[in-house]
Design a protein around this ligand. Sequence first.
Ligand SMILES: Cc1cc2nc3c(=O)[nH]c(=O)nc-3n(C[C@H](O)[C@H](O)[C@H](O)COP(=O)(O)OP(=O)(O)OC[C@H]3O[C@@H](n4cnc5c(N)ncnc54)[C@H](O)[C@@H]3O)c2cc1C
Length: 260
Amino acid sequence: MAETSRPTLKGRITSCELVKREQLTDDLVKFWIKPAQEFKFKPGQYCTIGVDGIERPYSISSSPDEEFIELFIEIVPVEHGGHLTPLLDHQEVGAQMTLRPRAKGIFVLQPQFKHHIFVGTVTGVVPYISMLRKFLSDPSWPEPADGVARDDYTFHVLEGASYHDEFGYDVELTDLANKHDFISFYPSVSRPDEERNANWTGARGRINTLVEDYVADLGVVPAETCVYACGHPQMIEDVGQRFESTDYTFVEERFWKEDE
Ligand SMILES: Cc1cc2nc3c(=O)[nH]c(=O)nc-3n(C[C@H](O)[C@H](O)[C@H](O)COP(=O)(O)OP(=O)(O)OC[C@H]3O[C@@H](n4cnc5c(N)ncnc54)[C@H](O)[C@@H]3O)c2cc1C
């Protein structure tokens, strides 16, 4: 394990129970946690969980209306510098973890825009899942914004991964895109020639290199469109640069820093 001594946690702490886990690949796992006390959050926000005094933030993929908080976590091995995730990897159903009582984060839906371009890498899709689930389950959300009717909204999820089995929510997103003409899902693998992607027939290439063409093809008014980017810092950096001198609005959530 990465740590032998337990850091002392300061400030208010509550707990949560791991009620379900689903292993997607060797290093990708979904957790469903049950907070010991009421836990409020806005779609797109994150919670902070901990084991043995080591805490990290995780964006929430469930809607605030769901019973449990759903997380999608990439395990960073100890040899690659991982601290909490190697411990999370060993948590079984019934395990108790710490939970900070308040959700945080400002990477939330921007309701003043009609068109929402959700760009993410692997676990970076998480905040968008929460936003979409909430939008579809709660007709009163989001609160109306000036000049934008609920019927005006379109959502486009562009997700990049090395391998097709890393998308995490591809079944749900494909289903939503099939059911709703205002939702689209565009997954792309960056290593299409590797054996693990042998049956992949979808888009190929890093998602950041495909965003501009995808958005141009939509034919949306840039001033009415918000481009969100979440996950890998290099992807975010690149997408930000591609849209910085345009009338599109760009917002981001970095899961880690490049120099870490
Ligand atoms: C607002 C916010 C939301 C986040 N949401 C999620 C989420 O939904 N799912 C999730 O898996 N992680 C998420 N993270 C990252 C998470 O907080 C941890 O940093 C990550 O799980 C690794 O934790 P660790 O303690 O094992 O390693 P750390 O001690 O945090 O980091 C060790 C090293 O791994 C690098 N690193 C961190 N994450 C990754 C990664 N995914 N891939 C490759 N290298 C990485 C770090 O830069 C560092 O060099 C989020 C981070 C932030 C700031």
